[in-house]
Design a protein around this ligand. Sequence first.
Ligand code: SF4
Ligand code: SF4
Length: 330
Amino acid sequence: MCIDMSSTRIRRIGILVTGECNLHCLHCLQSLRATTCLDSSIIFRLLQEANELGAEEVLLSGGEPTVHPQILRIIGHIKDLGMKYSMNTNGQNFKALLQACSILPPSHFTVSLDGATQDSNDAIRGPGAFSKAVFTLRLMGSLGQKARIQSVLTKNVIPEIQKMIQLAINLGIDGLVFAVPMPTERLISMNLLPTAREIHLAISKITTIRRQYSSELSIAVYGTMTNHARLSPFEVCDNLRMRELSVDWHGNLVLCCQLAGYPYNENEVIASLFNKSLRDCLLPLRSRIVAMQACFNSVFTRGSVKYSTPCLWCARTLDKYWEPNSNYAK
Ligand code: SF4
Ligand code: SF4
């Protein structure tokens, strides 16, 4: 199997505009988070370069993008370039999100919630986080703004899958995305990381019950091949197909946003964009992906359950995965 990447077209650039955040969630991947924001002049240049490479869409993420002091200017710049954007947010700062909408409404907001109730969510995301996020989601719904919930499948969330679906329907939003958790020391020490079997059972449950709700809500699972007939990650991941470029808050081109800042090394970094253009970094990115693909091809058997969680495979391949429970990534 060899994916031809020569014909791929860059569609989107994901920019982690800041490592800062106003929450401290237990499952946060960005343990090495920077305390500063990516300079807006670099962001403006990268937006221009991405646009010239053909990207039509920007994903603003973090950290929490609304804490970037120039976030509204950044959105104004996206508008001036004729691009679209979406934003991953924790939904705590509804005023900033309203201001963002007034400049250019996003294709959608993705708001993180890690429980269907105040108790379960706030145990992961901190006191008061649930009520603010739900307020924001209701507000977006009342304005007709497209929004969806993202929820990480921790031990807290798995028993509440059905309740999460009901909450999303009650809030009148468009979608619900469940994400397979990446292990962090805090998740493990708090006994919130499910076992591999618990994850696979949860994914099977979601895959089965989501059909019942297909007319009301789009439900997906991020970070698993279950929805893709166990294809290789190189056939489904937009970063590995070079359809999406990702930039971290240090101004580095990185393999993807998912791995940015994830411990325990910086092997996801391709190159610093401070002194190089995006175009100049495409060849090193391609070389890194081709090397990973060769590594994957040497072990992949189509239909294997072992590689059904591709993000964990990437983390292991890049020596980033800390593996106290060796069964988790299998
Ligand atoms: S809202 Fe996101 S970036 Fe902020 S602490 Fe939680 S997981 Fe991390
Ligand atoms: S970790 Fe790998 S499979 Fe997951 S989003 Fe990143 S590049 Fe894609």
